[in-house]
Write a protein that binds this ligand. Structure first.
Ligand code: NDP
Length: 480
């Protein structure tokens, strides 16, 4: 069976323990590969290799780093179909989605940040002819990149690309649940002789290798995307060591539909925001607020469109949803649905596991689920579920919906649907979230500051914000 090995100092190698654990596909529930069960000694080796490589990589002219990084983009494109299939098999998402979003974004991340690094410059502060301050932006060192399972290669490269472009070297820890495309990416690095030690990938469990990476004294900077509880653990370890940290965490995002919204478009967007990637996107609109006067009409149309979604074989183009990522995660989502019922929620559609035919009968499929009749303050409407489950809630007016939208501990993203421009501006300004979309959802421009407020994160990444995070500003004052 295929063994997913670590990538350290340019070589694909066994974990020091010699141990592996099983990796199964949520599409079938069957084990199909084995993952390195690494420990802190593997992290030590990877960090030592990255530290050594930093000496040369950080000194390379920007254009040379750019050339190296662009080769990564080209090679991902050359392995496009294999990577699409692998991402779908490992994660359960439909292949069409990996083809449209995950894998193109992975190569785009490299192109975008390689190019950005050529345009990135710094500040000068002139002191009335007496002195000149200029700010150097220097790479920080070895970056720890820890990423989740929902958009495996997309989010891994979202971290690696700017870290490298800014002149750092990397030790990456992909999610143990979806290690395959990170492994394929390390095979690519080996194949093209990417400079040794600049990129290292260590597989294994978060509480072992993720933790060892977060607290390693030679890793001064951590970029993490994942759950809020894990973010807290990383912050608890890294903050007393005064590391730079960027935390992109969970969300419980409001999707607000006013009575004057374009009806069909907002229904379609609400379906997309709730169920894309089986509802496993941090930005998913999992709380749908609809104004009283259109509530019943909107709800009925939303339920009808949701019922028409097909949950099926991720290989088929007509499958709107595939499998959720693991058995454990499926069980968690089903428990959340039971909790919603016990809180008085009424299931308008869905609510159950789906058993598909043949080989897929062991896979982890859940019907897209809509819940009504819950107060905005109950657990179902306060805690992240991260599955194909959405709660629909009526509201009377602007001030009421703002209060309800802001009532969770999260603050990642929000969508507002209205034709009234002034209302859109007012509500956007009043919502506690790092990102607000008006009349759309998940329209991404890689240059914008991306991140969350409150328990959804610390810091912003994206565009030059990423390059600022992955560099240390140093001011030099010259007396004239
Ligand atoms: P987790 O927090 O469980 O895991 C994320 C990563 O952290 C994994 O690589 C995991 O490894 C690792 N990890 C686990 N424990 C530790 C530890 N003690 N120290 C260091 N690393 C550790 O998140 P999920 O993978 O379950 O992803 C889903 C979550 O990610 C959701 O809450 C979602 O909202 C959030 N997310 C946020 C995004 C954003 O941009 N704000 C984007 C995408 C997702 P392992 O898998 O081996 O446990």
């Amino acid at each position: 069976m295929l063994k997913i090995q670590n990538f350290i100092n340019g070589e694909l190698i066994q974990p020091n323990s010699g141990d592996y654990f099983d990796n199964s596909s949520p599409v079938t529930g069957k084990i199909y590969s084995q993952v390195s069960d690494s420990d802190e000694t593997d992290i030590d080796n990877a960090v030592a290799s990255a530290k050594e490589a930093f000496k040369t990589w950080s000194k390379l002219p920007k254009k040379e780093r750019y050339d190296h990084i662009m080769r990564l983009a080209t090679e991902i494109e050359a392995h496009f179909n294999e990577m699409v299939e692998a991402e779908s098999k490992d994660n359960g998402k439909p292949e069409w989605l990996a083809r449209a979003v995950d894998i193109p974004r992975a190569s785009e991340n490299f192109r975008f940040f390689a190019t950005a690094s050529l345009h990135f410059d710094s500040e000068i502060h002139e002191m009335d002819g007496k002195a000149l301050n200029y700010t150097l932006r220097q790479p920080v060192g070895v970056v720890g990149c820890i990423s989740p399972w929902n958009l495996p290669l997309y989010l891994l490269t979202w971290k690696i690309a700017p870290a490298l472009a800014a002149g750092n070297t990397v030790v990456a820890k992909p999610s143990e649940v979806t290690p395959m495309t990170a492994f394929m990416f390390s095979e690519i690095c080996k194949k093209i002789n990417f400079p040794k030690g600049v990129i290292n990938v260590v597989h294994g469990f978060g509480h072992k290798v993720g933790d060892a990476l977060s607290k390693h004294p030679d890793v001064p900077i951590i970029s993490f995307t994942g759950g809020t509880a894990t973010g807290e653990k990383i912050a608890a370890v890294a903050t007393p060591m005064f590391k730079k940290i960027s935390l992109e965490l969970g969300g419980k995002n409001p999707n607000i539909v006013f009575e004057d919204a374009e009806f069909n478009k907002s229904v379609d967007m609400a379906v997309k925001a709730a169920f894309s990637n089986q509802g496993q996107i941090c930005l998913c609109g999992s709380r749908l607020f609809v104004q009283n006067s259109i509530y019943e009409k909107f709800r009925d149309s939303f339920v009808e469109k949701t019922k028409s979604l097909k949950v099926g074989n991720p290989k088929n183009d007509d499958s709107n949803l595939g499998a959720v990522v693991s058995k454990q995660h499926m069980e968690k989502i089903l428990e959340c649905i039971e909790l919603a019922k016990s809180e008085g929620g009424e299931i308008l559609t869905g609510g159950k596991r789906l058993i598909l035919d043949g080989d897929l009968s062991g896979g982890y499929y859940i019907e897209p689920t809509i819940i009504e009749n819950l107060s905005h303050s109950c657990r179902t409407n306060q805690e992240e579920i991260f599955g194909p489950v959405v709660s629909i809630i009526p509201f009377a007016n602007e001030s009421e919906v703002i209060e309800m939208a802001n009532s969770t501990k999260y603050g990642l993203s929000a969508s507002i649907f209205t034709k009234d421009v002034s209302k859109a501006h007012r509500v956007a300004a009043a919502i506690d979230s790092g990102i607000v979309w008006v009349n759309t959802w998940m329209l991404r421009d890689l240059r914008i500051p991306f991140g969350g407020m409150k328990s959804s994160g610390v810091g912003r990444e994206g565009g030059f914000k990423s390059l600022e995070f992955f560099t240390e500003p140093k001011n030099v004052c010259i007396k004239i």
